[in-house]
Design a binder for this molecule. Structure first.
Ligand code: AMP
Ligand code: ZN
Length: 495
């Protein structure tokens, strides 16, 4: 696996701290509003990164925070609290806003086939951890109290601009016009670790601390939450490019000062989605969401496909014309993949085709495919090319091209099906999935019977008794029940 590391500004060979295991952290959403499709570009690319790591054999533990406190309008610690702004706008409490938009975020992720990280932790769960880290930073002399807030002292570091080469303009990326300079700071880049005094007296979420009642700064969340779940050494940390400064720079400053050693080896940053007027951002007021795309009749996966056509390190310009082109290409590709599936079913029967869909391309899966009579050498060949493409700094457009190459290749439908289905574990485009229609109400007795039959069929398949599995499927079909084998298990619906 080769990956661009923002820390070294080079594409490097990826070597985790512990062989075979990856500790991965992602900056989660600030849940004061819906995620816009720009935010979701970052989460799609990070999802592809995680799935690539898993696909090439790593055991990944991925952690993500939910920012439900402390993120101010300006990334430079001034302006209004974003959560408070959301609560005022909707006449709700901060926790109601946080719950509503956290759920909305994961619902969007589901529609875009973005896997939920192994651990998701809201910042408000970890106040004790934040306080502990701040106490240690004060003890070690890296923090100071001024104007009743606690600040990190950036002058104590040998190197603060760890990502290097930033111009003043780039450094000001998170700062907006309507913010005022904080005169308590000893140095321009010092940042707040804990607020006890803020200009908005109506701050709703406050906790007791050794320095008085207050609330944490935004950057401390990610340092503490990642260490809580991943320990003192992290392999890869992700976010959008706007997180490089000040957020990730400050995370490194406080984490390494607290730990006394290097913290994270690789930094993965996704470039912005822009529209004709520039970066898509929530603070602009109106912005594009997944629901809006759905209202306009687009399958959310068309947006995922659109994102996969460009490289994550390049800015991507959104327009409905470009999305329409992606839609046409996606529908055509999907239709071709479904035809391949149907060809395979016709040639081999439903049960064998389903066994192909279920087989991975690891040793065990290849053995199963060989037993089913497939040309395993051709499969291995294409899979190696796919792995090369996707593990070359997450080249998603090249990896997608491999799907087209497979479809055109001089190999059987069964081999094509095995390959496409496996590539889709990374791409997440549901290439072989036909859309299900909503199921009508069902008699509970019939439902109980169906579930029993599904279990019996599972057992028959485990014993490679495909004839019996086929018989059960046919019998259910006679009763008007259709079975479908999917990656998530067997699903059924009424015919
Ligand atoms: P936020 O909810 O503002 O904390 O942002 C969530 C994630 O989306 C962060 O990783 C940001 O860096 C990222 N992000 C924000 N705007 C964009 C954009 N226009 N394009 C891509 N990613 C973005
Ligand atoms: Zn973060």
């Amino acid at each position: 696996m080769r990956i661009y590391n923002t820390l070294t500004k080079r594409v490097e060979e990826f070597k985790p701290n512990v062989e075979g295991k990856v500790a991965m952290y992602t900056c989660g959403p600030t849940v004061y509003h819906f995620a816009h499709i720009g935010n979701l570009r970052s989460y799609i690319c990070e999802d592809i990164l995680e799935k690539t790591l898993r696909y090439i054999g790593y055991d990944v533990k991925r952690v993500m925070n939910i920012t439900d406190v402390g993120h101010l309008s300006s990334d430079g610690d001034t302006g209004e609290d974003k959560m408070l702004k959301g609560a005022k706008r909707e006449h709700k409490t901060i926790m109601e806003i946080a719950k509503f938009y956290t759920d909305a975020f994961f619902s969007d992720c589901k529609k875009l086939n973005i896997k939920t990280p192994d651990v998701v932790e809201p910042a408000t769960n970890c106040i004790a951890e934040f306080i502990h880290m701040i106490e240690v930073l004060l003890e070690k002399g890296y923090a100071y109290k001024a104007g009743e807030n606690i600040y990190f002292d950036t002058s104590k570091l040998k190197e603060y601009y760890v990502f290097g080469n930033q111009s003043e303009d780039e450094l000001m990326v998170g700062v907006r016009d309507d913010v005022t300079e904080d005169t308590n700071k000893k140095n321009k880049n010092d940042f707040v670790l804990w607020f006890t005094k803020s200009k908005f007296e109506d701050q709703a979420l406050k906790w007791d601390s050794p320095w008085g009642v207050g609330y944490p700064g935004w950057h401390i969340e990610c340092s503490c939450i990642s260490m809580k779940h991943l320990g003192e050494y992290m392999d890869i940390h992700c976010g959008g490019v706007d997180n490089i400064f000040p957020h990730h720079t400050n995370e490194i400053a406080q984490s390494e000062s607290y730990l006394g050693h290097k913290w994270c080896n690789y930094w993965f940053h996704v470039h912005h989605l822009n529209d004709r007027d520039g970066k898509i951002s929530k603070s602009k007021g109106t912005f594009l969401t997944v629901s809006l795309l759905e209202e306009k009749g687009y399958d959310p996966l068309v947006y995922r496909f659109f994102c996969l056509q460009s490289h994550y390190r390049k800015p991507l310009e959104f327009s409905f014309d470009a999305l329409d082109n992606a839609n046409t290409a996606y529908q055509k590709l999907k239709k071709r993949c479904i035809e391949i599936k149907q060809e395979a079913v016709k040639a081999l029967g439903e049960e064998k085709a389903n066994a192909i869909l279920a087989a991975g391309l690891n040793e065990e899966g290849l053995k199963a495919l060989k037993e089913l009579g497939l040309n395993v050498d051709a499969i291995k060949d294409f899979d190696a090319k796919f792995k090369d493409a996707i593990s070359n700094d997450i080249n998603t457009s090249m990896a997608t091209t491999l799907v087209y190459d497979v479809l055109k290749a001089d190999i059987g439908a069964a081999e094509k099906l095995a390959l496409v289905e496996n590539f889709d574990k990374v791409l997440g485009l549901d290439l072989t999935v036909e859309k299900e229609s909503a199921a009508p109400a069902i008699d509970p007795e019939l439902e109980k019977y169906i579930l029993e039959q599904i279990e019996l069929r599972k057992a028959a398949k485990k014993e490679k008794n495909f004839a019996e599995a086929d018989r059960i499927r046919a019998e259910l079909l006679e009763k008007g029940v259709v079975l479908e084998d999917t990656r998530e298990g067997v699903k059924w619906h009424l015919a």
